[in-house]
Design a protein around this ligand. Structure first.
Ligand SMILES: Cc1ncc(COP(=O)(O)O)c(C=O)c1O
Length: 379
């Protein structure tokens, strides 16, 4: 291994959100503990050493690095004019919601889902219409009849591909089935693919960009795969250029089209030189996941590990040990010094679950599991 994922970044004095409570093991927000790889760090240092941070133009190499990355890793052809820079996936989703829907319109989501989808919809006075994923024997699925009915009443669909928090890697068949229903009801899709490069080794995310007979707005960034969220850079891809320009204009009106002085160089370097890093990262995370799956099966039999092939987040059913997940996670944090996400943050059908972030050292994962076991035994 070229990269040492046991050697974690020092987050002291960085105003880290993840580490905002002292003396707890933070396994909650989707932020990795690993050091930024040197090839990205070097390009940032080089830029910093110029000693000047004036307004920055969008360089062509930023777009070229993404085009090449998608060609190599996703066998998808994106052209320069299919793409725009955005200042983060969430702000771009919120802006698209404002542009494409009106007050009171239904925006469809598959719940439980990333909590900020709710904010992007509700904070804009739209209605979050939930198609609840079905959950049987530890397996999540879509109720396609329900999806069909709800799409009929929806103006826009925000899809999480792969799916945070359940870690589901949607298959080509599932995406084609969803797309067929979106086409039937003429509903546009925003596909948030920010987690698309953290997958079980050997597996691939099937991008919604493969669906070409529907208006798809794909959003992604290097924020999750290379832990660069604090640089606030992402991109939007849409093959319908009229729609893309409409969204770009909206972002412009909202003052969201310019990146900071570091973001283009950092993201370009990550996308152009990061394949090997990603491959090693995915192996390390997969190993952490296997450990947690086995530990829960052997040592905390009242919990159920939900198997997922994407993201570094794992979803665990705690419904046999608590009927109040907020209280359970609060106690876990206060008494056992382990900070995980409470499942109800991701929708009402997330109550009964916790989400654990495994993008940390294996030693921390082992420690976290021991604390979780003690908390479950302490009923
Ligand atoms: C599905 C999903 N989308 C978007 C984001 C955040 O994106 P950004 O920081 O670019 O706004 C996250 C972060 O956890 C996420 O899980």
């Amino acid at each position: 291994m070229k990269y040492n994922f046991d050697d974690l970044a020092d987050r002291s004095n960085t105003n880290s959100v993840k580490y905002s409570t002292p003396d707890v093991l933070p396994m909650w927000v989707a932020d990795m503990d690993y050091k930024t790889p040197d090839f990205v760090l070097d390009v940032i240092k080089e830029r910093v050493n110029k000693g000047c941070f004036g307004y920055t133009e969008q360089p062509n190499y930023f777009y070229e690095s993404i085009i090449d990355f998608y060609k190599r890793n996703h066998i998808i052809e994106i052209k320069r004019d299919d793409m725009i820079f955005t200042q983060g996936v969430v702000p771009a989703i919120s802006s698209a919601v404002r542009e494409l829907t009106n007050d009171g319109d239904n925006v469809l989501i598959l719940s439980p889902v990333y909590n900020m989808f709710y904010s992007s919809i509700l904070d804009n006075n739209r209605n979050a219409l939930e198609c609840k994923l079905t959950y049987n024997d530890g397996i999540y699925d879509i109720d396609y009849d329900d999806l069909d009915n709800k799409l009929k009443e929806s103006k826009l669909f925000i899809f999480c591909n792969p799916h945070n928090p359940i870690g589901k890697l949607w298959t080509k068949e599932e995406i084609n089935k969803i797309a067929k229903l979106c086409i039937k009801h003429n509903v546009m899709v925003i596909s948030d693919e920010i987690h698309s490069d953290i997958v079980t080794p050997g597996m691939k995310t099937y991008s919604f960009l493969n669906i070409t007979d529907l208006d798809v707005i794909m959003l992604s960034s290097a924020s999750k795969s290379f832990n660069l969220a604090g640089l606030q850079g992402s991109f939007m891809v849409c093959y319908n250029h009229e729609l893309l320009h409409r969204l770009e204009h909206r972002l412009d009106v909202e003052g969201q089209t310019h990146g900071n002085a570091l973001v283009y160089d950092a993201l370009s370097k990550a996308f152009s030189d990061g394949d090997n890093y990603l491959s090693e990262l995915n192996k390390y995370i997969y190993n952490n996941k296997l450990y947690v799956e086995n530990f829960i099966k052997e040592e905390i039999k009242d919990l159920t590990y939900i198997k997922g092939d994407a993201t570094y987040l794992v979803w665990v059913d705690v419904s046999k040990v608590t009927d109040n997940v907020k209280r359970f996670t609060a106690k876990l944090k206060r008494k056992y010094k382990l900070w995980v996400s409470s499942g109800d943050t991701f929708g009402s059908n997330g109550a009964g679950f916790i989400r654990i972030n495994l993008a940390t050292s294996h030693a921390n994962v082992v420690e976290g599991m021991n604390r979780l076991k003690k908390a479950v035994e302490d009923k």
